[in-house]
Ligand binder design. Structure first.
Ligand SMILES: Nc1ncnc2c1ncn2[C@@H]1O[C@H](COP(=O)(O)OP(=O)(O)OP(=O)(O)O)[C@@H](O)[C@H]1O
Length: 252
């Protein structure tokens, strides 16, 4: 589903990502972990097209996408979670979801006057989809609540919901467990597993090792911009190179 091949990204001569290669198989949950500054977020930006690699290739569903704009990669079926921006916090949960699908006829003022039935039919379909996402995430009860008033964990679920509105094949999750209480963390874990059951592929950056151990099929470890190791959660956990990377010193 995803292949990253010898990708390099430099910022003012500093290599944030250094000839990093890995693959993510279809219909798996893969964790991308590593110490602070390892290059994980930069790698997400390179995969999603918000940054361009200086060297190397990114393939998504067998297509080379490293020269594609982010919106084009999104249309191919890749979605990532983003923190809800300040302006959207003033909108309800339902409105936040309904805003996501691009290219709606109603965005054009002439369409809303002259093709109002088409605009209304699209809006209805969009609303039904939003309610299906809310039901999936068990958020229907907060549909009319302003995003600003959600708890930290509910905001994380809404971020996931916004990614799901586009019905993507591959979902990049940036720290879904950050700042979330244990009950909601369980719910987020359950939802990620449910997405896999539906055939989706998930790549997640996460510092919460329990979440990684509980839901991931594979774990990729980055360190100093490089691919350090990958394997099952148990293999990675017992690998001395991983411990060394996290502790910053050699172990016996
Ligand atoms: N736009 C930028 N300009 C300059 N340096 C950057 C930029 N973005 C990232 N870096 C540097 O690249 C390195 C990798 O950063 P990145 O955010 O990808 O790491 P990370 O693994 O996601 O870290 P964390 O787990 O702390 O979020 C860091 O040293 C960071 O300071």
């Amino acid at each position: 589903m995803l292949k990253v091949d010898k990708v390099v990204k430099e910022f003012n001569g500093f290599r944030a990502v250094d000839e990093c290669s890995f693959e993510v198989k279809k219909n798996t949950i893969t964790g991308l972990i590593g110490p602070n500054g390892a290059g994980k977020t930069t790698m997400f930006n390179l995969i999603a097209g918000s940054l361009k690699a200086d060297q190397g290739e990114v393939y998504f569903s067998d297509q080379k996408v490293n020269s594609f704009a982010a919106y084009k990669i999104a249309r191919l079926g890749l979605a990532r979670t983003f923190q809800i921006p300040k302006t959207l916090k003033k909108m309800t949960v339902l409105e936040n979801l309904m805003l996501v699908p691009g290219g709606q006829s109603g965005e054009n003022i002439w369409n809303s006057w002259f093709k109002s039935s088409k605009v209304k039919a699209e809006e209805k379909e969009n609303e039904s989809r939003a309610y299906r996402v809310l039901k999936f995430l068990e958020l229907t009860h907060v549909a009319d609540v302003l995003a600003a008033n959600l708890s930290g964990g509910q905001k994380k679920l809404l971020e996931l919901g916004r990614a799901l509105m586009a019905d993507p094949e591959l979902i990049l999750l940036d720290e879904p467990g950050a700042g979330v209480n244990p009950t909601l963390l369980n719910k987020i874990a359950k939802n990620i597993l449910k997405l896999k059951e539906k055939g989706k592929t998930i790549l997640l950056i996460e510092h919460n090792m329990d979440l990684i151990m509980n839901i991931c099929d594979r774990v990729i470890v980055m360190n100093d911009g490089k691919h350090l190791v990958d394997g099952t959660p148990a293999e990675v956990k017992s690998n001395p190179r991983v411990l060394e990377a996290y502790l910053g010193e050699k172990t016996a």
